[in-house]
Design a protein around this ligand. Sequence first.
Ligand SMILES: [Zn+2]
Length: 264
Amino acid sequence: MGHLEFSEDEVRRYSRHILLDEVGGIGQARLREARILVVGAGGLGSPVLLYLAAGGVGTIGVIDDDVVELSNLQRQIAHGMASLGRRKVASAAAAVQAINPEVRVEAHPVRLTADNVADLVGRYDLVCDGSDNFATRFLVADACVRARRTLVSAAVLRFEGQLAVFKPHAGPAHPCYRCLYPEAPPDGMVPSCAEAGVLGAVTGVMGTLQATEAMKEVLGIGETLSGRLLIWDALATRFRTMRFPRDPACPICGQETEAMAHAR
Ligand SMILES: [Zn+2]
């Protein structure tokens, strides 16, 4: 547990957090000590980054190898006209610093691969995945299981969003991403936002929910979303959650359970 010293400015900046019984000074210190990795500085990553920064998460890593394009600005609210052509991680880091210079941003202008994912994930306590493709989602999800890191994963398409928390290291009641989606769908079966479109504000809602769940996990408050999938239909204005179990035969977290049992 780290120190609880806050500057006068910090007390003022986070006063609405500190007022909450569930956060308080101890929770705010926990947020300041947290290291969160955000995968993708796009439609989901933008609100995640901005709210984590505003809320005082001490160290925020951001991975993205893209540059800002005009077609991004319909939803990627961390970026503006002045950032067109600039690396998204640089633009996002500047947006974070403009809100909260107390936050340390670690910019990773790289594409996640099987070679670098373990190292990058291992440097952080928790990962928020806002990537836009299945290859990256599976890469991140598997790396999080191996490194025993909590994963807060969101996805959007057209007028719909999904959100889930995965932390199989927390016990047998907690499934991993592959317990829900064992394999990536065949290429072309699920269209991307670039192919099928997305209402910009839908990414904002889902990214904001993602930031909320990430902060809940850091603070250890409320009812975890782990083991449930949240689905939002924006056209119907309907949220629903469905439970899903851990798969004992899961190729990723099933093995870990077995290895852990042997280790005991
Ligand atoms: Zn699993």
